[in-house]
Design a protein around this ligand. Structure first.
Ligand code: MN
Length: 260
Protein backbone atom coordinates (compact mmCIF):
# COMPACT_ATOMS: atom_id res chain seq x y z
CA UNK A 1 0.00 0.00 0.00
CA UNK A 2 1.23 3.48 -0.86
CA UNK A 3 2.90 5.54 1.86
CA UNK A 4 4.03 9.15 1.86
CA UNK A 5 6.29 11.27 4.04
CA UNK A 6 6.16 14.85 2.78
CA UNK A 7 8.44 16.37 5.43
CA UNK A 8 11.55 14.47 6.46
CA UNK A 9 15.06 15.83 7.14
CA UNK A 10 16.79 12.85 5.55
CA UNK A 11 20.20 14.55 5.64
CA UNK A 12 20.07 15.02 9.42
CA UNK A 13 19.97 11.34 10.43
CA UNK A 14 23.20 9.85 11.62
CA UNK A 15 22.51 6.76 9.48
CA UNK A 16 21.04 8.65 6.53
CA UNK A 17 22.20 6.05 4.01
CA UNK A 18 20.12 3.39 5.74
CA UNK A 19 17.16 5.77 5.98
CA UNK A 20 17.33 6.38 2.23
CA UNK A 21 17.58 2.67 1.41
CA UNK A 22 14.67 1.87 3.72
CA UNK A 23 12.38 4.54 2.22
CA UNK A 24 13.27 3.46 -1.31
CA UNK A 25 12.76 -0.25 -0.73
CA UNK A 26 9.54 0.45 1.21
CA UNK A 27 8.38 2.62 -1.72
CA UNK A 28 7.65 5.53 0.62
CA UNK A 29 7.23 8.75 -1.36
CA UNK A 30 9.58 10.95 0.68
CA UNK A 31 10.06 14.68 0.41
CA UNK A 32 13.53 15.33 1.79
CA UNK A 33 13.31 18.91 3.00
CA UNK A 34 16.52 20.84 3.61
CA UNK A 35 17.30 23.79 5.86
CA UNK A 36 19.59 25.78 3.57
CA UNK A 37 20.35 25.87 -0.16
CA UNK A 38 23.97 24.83 0.35
CA UNK A 39 22.75 21.68 2.10
CA UNK A 40 20.25 20.99 -0.68
CA UNK A 41 22.97 20.41 -3.22
CA UNK A 42 24.57 17.68 -1.10
CA UNK A 43 21.18 16.14 -0.29
CA UNK A 44 20.36 15.86 -3.97
CA UNK A 45 23.57 13.92 -4.53
CA UNK A 46 22.64 11.52 -1.72
CA UNK A 47 19.29 10.82 -3.38
CA UNK A 48 20.62 10.28 -6.87
CA UNK A 49 19.26 7.10 -8.41
CA UNK A 50 16.29 6.80 -6.07
CA UNK A 51 12.74 6.75 -7.39
CA UNK A 52 10.75 7.60 -4.28
CA UNK A 53 12.87 10.25 -2.57
CA UNK A 54 12.92 13.87 -3.74
CA UNK A 55 15.10 16.67 -2.42
CA UNK A 56 13.40 19.98 -1.67
CA UNK A 57 15.34 23.22 -1.58
CA UNK A 58 14.74 25.35 1.50
CA UNK A 59 15.85 27.93 4.03
CA UNK A 60 14.55 27.27 7.53
CA UNK A 61 13.05 30.39 9.15
CA UNK A 62 15.17 29.85 12.26
CA UNK A 63 18.28 30.10 10.04
CA UNK A 64 17.16 33.24 8.24
CA UNK A 65 18.94 35.50 10.74
CA UNK A 66 22.32 33.90 9.99
CA UNK A 67 21.84 32.74 6.42
CA UNK A 68 19.59 35.21 4.65
CA UNK A 69 22.54 35.89 2.33
CA UNK A 70 21.73 32.50 0.82
CA UNK A 71 18.32 33.78 -0.31
CA UNK A 72 19.54 34.61 -3.81
CA UNK A 73 21.00 31.13 -4.25
CA UNK A 74 17.67 29.71 -3.07
CA UNK A 75 15.74 31.85 -5.54
CA UNK A 76 17.98 30.64 -8.37
CA UNK A 77 17.46 27.00 -7.39
CA UNK A 78 13.68 27.36 -7.18
CA UNK A 79 13.64 28.01 -10.93
CA UNK A 80 14.72 24.42 -11.54
CA UNK A 81 13.60 22.43 -8.47
CA UNK A 82 9.92 21.43 -8.24
CA UNK A 83 9.97 20.99 -4.46
CA UNK A 84 10.58 23.77 -1.93
CA UNK A 85 11.01 23.39 1.85
CA UNK A 86 11.58 23.83 4.62
CA UNK A 87 10.64 27.49 4.43
CA UNK A 88 8.25 29.66 6.41
CA UNK A 89 8.06 31.81 9.50
CA UNK A 90 8.91 31.20 13.16
CA UNK A 91 8.07 34.02 15.54
CA UNK A 92 9.19 32.24 18.71
CA UNK A 93 12.08 34.31 20.09
CA UNK A 94 12.07 36.54 17.02
CA UNK A 95 12.20 40.31 17.69
CA UNK A 96 10.22 42.59 15.33
CA UNK A 97 13.08 43.28 12.90
CA UNK A 98 13.77 39.57 12.48
CA UNK A 99 10.06 38.90 11.96
CA UNK A 100 10.12 41.46 9.18
CA UNK A 101 13.20 39.89 7.64
CA UNK A 102 11.60 36.42 7.73
CA UNK A 103 8.47 37.79 6.06
CA UNK A 104 10.49 39.58 3.35
CA UNK A 105 12.46 36.41 2.62
CA UNK A 106 9.34 34.23 2.54
CA UNK A 107 7.51 36.69 0.28
CA UNK A 108 10.39 36.55 -2.21
CA UNK A 109 10.45 32.74 -2.05
CA UNK A 110 6.71 32.37 -2.63
CA UNK A 111 6.83 34.95 -5.37
CA UNK A 112 9.55 33.01 -7.16
CA UNK A 113 7.51 29.80 -6.77
CA UNK A 114 4.52 31.48 -8.42
CA UNK A 115 6.69 33.00 -11.15
CA UNK A 116 8.24 29.59 -11.86
CA UNK A 117 4.82 28.10 -12.59
CA UNK A 118 4.01 26.83 -9.09
CA UNK A 119 5.96 24.69 -6.65
CA UNK A 120 5.14 22.17 -3.93
CA UNK A 121 6.08 24.11 -0.78
CA UNK A 122 6.47 22.66 2.73
CA UNK A 123 5.81 25.49 5.19
CA UNK A 124 6.76 26.03 8.81
CA UNK A 125 4.43 28.51 10.56
CA UNK A 126 5.10 28.38 14.32
CA UNK A 127 3.53 31.33 16.19
CA UNK A 128 3.16 33.06 12.83
CA UNK A 129 0.05 31.30 11.56
CA UNK A 130 -1.91 34.30 10.28
CA UNK A 131 1.17 35.84 8.68
CA UNK A 132 2.15 32.61 6.90
CA UNK A 133 -1.34 32.07 5.50
CA UNK A 134 -1.57 35.73 4.46
CA UNK A 135 1.67 35.41 2.45
CA UNK A 136 0.34 32.24 0.79
CA UNK A 137 -2.84 34.12 -0.13
CA UNK A 138 -0.87 37.04 -1.51
CA UNK A 139 1.55 35.02 -3.64
CA UNK A 140 -0.21 31.79 -4.72
CA UNK A 141 2.99 29.70 -4.76
CA UNK A 142 1.44 26.51 -6.22
CA UNK A 143 0.73 23.79 -3.67
CA UNK A 144 1.36 25.03 -0.13
CA UNK A 145 1.63 22.32 2.53
CA UNK A 146 1.39 23.52 6.13
CA UNK A 147 3.73 21.20 7.99
CA UNK A 148 2.82 20.40 11.63
CA UNK A 149 0.18 23.13 11.75
CA UNK A 150 -0.42 24.00 15.42
CA UNK A 151 -2.32 27.26 15.09
CA UNK A 152 -5.87 28.25 15.91
CA UNK A 153 -8.76 26.19 14.57
CA UNK A 154 -10.39 29.30 13.14
CA UNK A 155 -7.61 29.73 10.56
CA UNK A 156 -8.08 26.27 9.06
CA UNK A 157 -10.85 27.28 6.70
CA UNK A 158 -8.91 30.31 5.54
CA UNK A 159 -5.88 28.11 4.85
CA UNK A 160 -8.02 25.68 2.90
CA UNK A 161 -9.45 28.49 0.79
CA UNK A 162 -5.87 29.52 0.08
CA UNK A 163 -5.24 26.03 -1.32
CA UNK A 164 -3.28 24.63 1.60
CA UNK A 165 -2.72 20.99 2.41
CA UNK A 166 -1.76 19.91 5.94
CA UNK A 167 0.94 17.35 6.69
CA UNK A 168 0.29 15.49 9.92
CA UNK A 169 2.81 13.62 12.08
CA UNK A 170 2.96 11.26 15.07
CA UNK A 171 3.58 14.07 17.58
CA UNK A 172 0.36 15.82 16.52
CA UNK A 173 -1.59 12.59 16.98
CA UNK A 174 -0.21 12.28 20.52
CA UNK A 175 -1.29 15.77 21.63
CA UNK A 176 -4.78 17.01 22.44
CA UNK A 177 -4.39 20.21 20.44
CA UNK A 178 -2.98 18.25 17.52
CA UNK A 179 -5.93 15.86 17.59
CA UNK A 180 -8.40 18.72 17.74
CA UNK A 181 -6.79 20.20 14.62
CA UNK A 182 -6.79 16.85 12.81
CA UNK A 183 -10.48 16.37 13.58
CA UNK A 184 -11.21 19.66 11.80
CA UNK A 185 -9.23 18.95 8.63
CA UNK A 186 -11.16 17.79 5.58
CA UNK A 187 -9.71 14.38 4.67
CA UNK A 188 -8.99 15.52 1.11
CA UNK A 189 -6.40 18.07 2.33
CA UNK A 190 -4.39 15.79 4.62
CA UNK A 191 -0.96 14.31 3.93
CA UNK A 192 1.41 12.43 6.25
CA UNK A 193 4.92 13.33 7.43
CA UNK A 194 7.48 12.19 9.99
CA UNK A 195 9.45 15.44 10.54
CA UNK A 196 12.22 12.98 11.31
CA UNK A 197 14.65 12.90 12.94
CA UNK A 198 13.04 15.56 15.19
CA UNK A 199 9.83 13.71 16.00
CA UNK A 200 10.31 10.54 18.01
CA UNK A 201 8.35 7.32 17.84
CA UNK A 202 8.94 4.38 20.16
CA UNK A 203 11.83 6.28 21.78
CA UNK A 204 13.81 6.79 18.56
CA UNK A 205 13.74 9.26 15.66
CA UNK A 206 10.80 8.66 13.31
CA UNK A 207 11.76 7.27 9.88
CA UNK A 208 9.79 7.43 6.61
CA UNK A 209 8.10 3.97 6.88
CA UNK A 210 6.70 5.10 10.26
CA UNK A 211 4.07 7.10 8.36
CA UNK A 212 2.20 3.78 8.13
CA UNK A 213 1.11 4.22 11.72
CA UNK A 214 0.12 7.87 11.13
CA UNK A 215 -1.97 6.73 8.16
CA UNK A 216 -3.68 4.04 10.23
CA UNK A 217 -4.52 6.52 12.98
CA UNK A 218 -5.93 8.95 10.42
CA UNK A 219 -8.09 6.16 9.01
CA UNK A 220 -9.44 5.60 12.53
CA UNK A 221 -10.23 9.33 12.86
CA UNK A 222 -12.02 9.21 9.50
CA UNK A 223 -13.77 5.95 10.45
CA UNK A 224 -12.64 4.12 7.36
CA UNK A 225 -10.64 0.95 6.77
CA UNK A 226 -6.85 1.42 6.86
CA UNK A 227 -6.71 0.54 3.16
CA UNK A 228 -9.26 3.26 2.37
CA UNK A 229 -7.28 5.74 4.50
CA UNK A 230 -4.15 5.05 2.49
CA UNK A 231 -6.03 5.36 -0.78
CA UNK A 232 -7.31 8.78 0.34
CA UNK A 233 -3.77 9.90 1.23
CA UNK A 234 -2.38 8.65 -2.09
CA UNK A 235 -5.09 10.51 -3.98
CA UNK A 236 -4.36 13.68 -2.00
CA UNK A 237 -0.67 13.46 -2.86
CA UNK A 238 -1.45 12.94 -6.52
CA UNK A 239 -3.67 16.02 -6.49
CA UNK A 240 -1.17 18.07 -4.49
CA UNK A 241 1.50 17.24 -7.05
CA UNK A 242 -0.86 17.84 -9.95
CA UNK A 243 -0.23 14.38 -11.37
CA UNK A 244 -2.61 12.27 -13.39
CA UNK A 245 -0.58 9.08 -13.11
CA UNK A 246 -0.26 6.97 -9.99
CA UNK A 247 3.12 7.45 -8.34
CA UNK A 248 3.38 3.86 -7.24
CA UNK A 249 2.31 2.17 -10.47
CA UNK A 250 5.09 3.48 -12.70
CA UNK A 251 8.19 1.38 -12.22
CA UNK A 252 10.77 3.45 -13.97
CA UNK A 253 10.81 7.21 -13.69
CA UNK A 254 9.41 9.58 -11.12
CA UNK A 255 6.92 11.90 -12.82
CA UNK A 256 7.51 15.64 -12.54
CA UNK A 257 4.98 17.39 -10.35
CA UNK A 258 2.85 20.13 -11.88
CA UNK A 259 1.28 22.02 -9.01
CA UNK A 260 -1.45 24.31 -10.26
MN1 MN B 1 11.08 20.21 9.90
Amino acid sequence: MPLLDVHCHVDLYRDYAAVIREAESGRVFTLAVTNSPSVYQRCRELLEGTQFLHAAVGLHPQLVADRHQETNLLLELIREVPYVGEVGLDFVDAPPDLRRLQQDVLARILDRCAESGGRVVSLHSRRAYTETIALVEAHGPGTPILHWYSGPLRLIERAINAGCYFSVNAAMLRSDTGRRIIARLPSDRVLTETDGPFVQVLGRPARPPDVADVADQLAAVWRVDPSVGRAILARNLRKALGLTVDLWSSDSTAPEPRPR
